[in-house]
Ligand binder design. Structure first.
Ligand code: G6P
Length: 615
């Protein structure tokens, strides 16, 4: 999604703005731009990459001490130079605006502003903000005040940064429903939509809250909260020392972030499980001080999530049902928020999100609360996210920043967290003996090593990837708790290799998709040695009988042999309950290596965004 960087300093800020944009590239974008306020309002925009923008900057000797920059992921208006941010409004002061989010009442505002004589040069919702500020500057000459008055008229989600030619000694930013933070330096201050953009210059950050409008000067800042209907007042927000290091968001020896993140999994899963790995029992406190009290009141679980996080929720349903005996629903957040579900106040609502900023997940959670759900838990990877602040209970996965758009390590750490939740609830409900708890802890303790061993299948997967690269379609099959893993494998393949991939519960094959099977349709199957293995083998025979080529991931004791049309990779480890986590690894590797063969942009697949902060 879109990214914002702003900087004000005593010397040239353009290199900082460009480096900030470079670090935000991972979020996904289709155009980029930069504007400076001092020495006359100027801008450069391109539909190319940030490197293209850097080239333009070099050619035109574009320098200044106050600026804002943006990467745009098109929503209103095609990806084109005229729609790229910053947007200008000429008038009293000449302002430039960058914006993340969506202004829902932009059409009405556009009509109003056009009647007032403003000429629109883009198709974006953002341009209304620029003209609105100019309109307000006719009432007040103060830019801060003009921004504050403007946001009263805006409906929707936004993070904005504004500069003005007439007042080049400050940047004004505002946030409502889209992430925005300030970075503090010595005689220089910054703003960005994501901490990774600012680590190059500072670790001291302030996370703005909804309704905050802030003014950044070289030697100071102030924040006023202007929540609608409440009188504006100056507020003090805590300054955080970011724990992220510059290298957390650097590639190091890897070719792609996705590759780095796949190989980080043993370490980050160990980090996520750290508190448990040295313990003899699992405590509800892991989820918050009030967790035991809340968990004892619940009789069911509702998981809300999108994308890969939704797949993690689907796996958890099997664990929660079988271990804790709890009814569990897993809902796609964008669907749930527009249904009329019947709320049960004894349900634990679990929102799962890597970023904690996904608009649909946040809205679904708010909707669940409005329906009367009282118990909420966030499983999230970003401590400062909106999601973490929205629930009674929380568990932080410790995957570290995930830069590749295709989620990998966030998924396996979410699964680790959801396993802890299942064990905790099972225990509180008297469904888990101490002996069984010790066994599960032993499995969890072994998980990082098992993941490390599983990564060794990479060479074999690469051989398969060669064959997939020439295909247009693929089917993924799984049963039971490995069916969501098949879904995740198919999602990974389509996201980064653009091969059309569908996942089916293997038992459904004969109800339709079997019609698609021929020698051009590779069929990937996840075949762990579990109670459903014999059933799955029958499904695989159905494929073979129609000339389908099978690619099967098995456990060493799955007793599936390599044969004509049946390619087999044996996973070196077999962990029973945690098997979905291990079986994810070869599917991630398969998607990665197919994408490499197809020479696609692995970390920034076309049209996709890392964090979907709009509906
Ligand atoms: C986007 C990302 C996916 C992610 C999904 C949900 O589509 O590209 O990788 O799974 O959003 O994101 P969340 O941050 O809520 O887990």
């Amino acid at each position: 999604m879109c990214g914002i960087v702003g900087a004000i300093a005593r010397d040239d800020v353009v290199p900082i703005l460009l480096e900030g944009l470079r670090r935000l590239e991972y979020r996904g974008y289709d155009s980029a731009g930069i504007a400076l306020a001092d020495g006359g309002l100027r801008r450069l925009r391109t539909t190319g990459r940030v490197s293209e923008l850097s080239k333009l900057v070099g050619e035109q000797q574009f320098q200044g001490m106050v600026g804002i920059a943006h990467t745009r992921w098109a929503t209103h208006g095609a990806p084109s130079e005229r729609n790229a941010h910053p947007h200008f409004s000429a008038g009293v002061g000449n302002v430039a605006v960058v914006h993340n989010g969506i202004i829902e009442n932009h059409e009405k505002l556009r009509q109003r502003l056009q009647s007032a004589g403003f000429e629109f040069l883009s198709d974006t919702d953002t341009e209304v903000i620029a003209h609105l500020i100019t309109l307000k500057l006719q009432q007040t000459s103060d830019l801060f005040e003009a921004v504050r008055l403007s946001i009263d008229d805006l409906q929707g989600a936004y993070a904005i940064a504004v500069i003005e030619e007439a007042q080049p000694e400050r940047i004004i930013v505002a946030r409502n429903g889209a992430p925005l933070m300030l970075g503090l330096g010595e005689h220089c201050n910054y703003a960005a939509s994501d901490a990774s953009a600012l680590l190059q210059v500072t670790k001291r950050m302030i996370y703005l809250e909804d309704g905050d409008v802030a003014e950044l000067r070289r030697d100071g800042y102030r924040i006023v909260n202007c929540l609608a209907g409440v009188t504006s007042k100056e507020v003090v927000r805590a300054v955080y020392e970011s724990e992220l290091t510059d290298t957390d968001v650097e590639l190091g020896p890897y070719s792609h972030f996705m590759q780095k993140e796949i190989f980080e999994q043993p370490g980050v899963v160990a980090n996520t499980l750290e508190i448990v790995l040295n313990a003899h029992s699992i405590s509800p406190q892991l989820f918050g001080s009030d967790a035991e009290h809340i968990f004892k009141q619940i009789d069911s679980v509702l998981i809300l999530a999108c994308g890969t996080s939704y797949h993690a929720g689907l796996v958890a349903r099997y664990w929660l049902e079988s271990m804790a005996g709890l009814a569990c629903n897993v809902e796609i957040a964008s669907e749930y928020r527009y249904r009329d579900p019947v709320a049960n106040p004894k349900t634990l609502v679990v929102a799962v999100s890597q970023s904690g900023e996904t608009a649909d997940t946040l809205a679904a959670l708010a909707y669940a609360k409005s329906l009367g759900h009282q118990h909420t838990l966030a499983i999230c990877n970003v401590p400062e996210s909106a999601l973490i602040r929205s629930t009674d209970l929380r568990f932080l996965t410790r995957a570290g920043p995930e830069i590749g758009v295709a989620s990998t390590k966030a998924f396996t750490t979410q699964l680790a967290a959801l396993m802890l939740l299942s064990v905790t609830l099972a225990k509180l409900r008297g469904k888990l003996s101490s002996e069984r708890e010790r066994e599960v802890i032993a499995e969890l303790r072994h998980l990082p090593v098992a993941l490390k061993h599983t990564l060794q299948v990479e060479d074999q997967v690469m051989v398969w990837a060669e064959r997939f690269a020439h295909k247009n379609h693929a089917l993924f099959l799984g049963r039971g708790m490995h069916y969501p893993i098949a879904m995740e494998g198919a999602l990974k393949l389509k996201e980064i290799s653009y091969i059309h991939a569908e996942a089916y519960a293997a038992g459904e094959l004969k109800h339709g998709p079997l019609a698609l099977v021929d020698e051009d349709m590779p069929v990937v199957a996840i075949a762990p040695n579990n109670a459903l293995l014999e059933k799955l083998k029958s499904n695989l025979q159905e494929v073979r009988a129609r000339g389908g080529e099978l690619y099967v991931f098995v456990d060493s004791d799955s007793t599936i042999q390599q044969s004509e049309g049946m390619h087999v990779i044996i996973l070196p480890e077999h962990t029973r309950l945690l098997s979905p986590i291990l079986h994810t690894i070869p599917l991630q590797l398969l998607a990665y290596h197919v994408a490499l063969k197809k020479n696609t942009d692995v970390d920034k697949p076309r049209n996709l965004a890392k964090s979907v902060t709009v509906e």
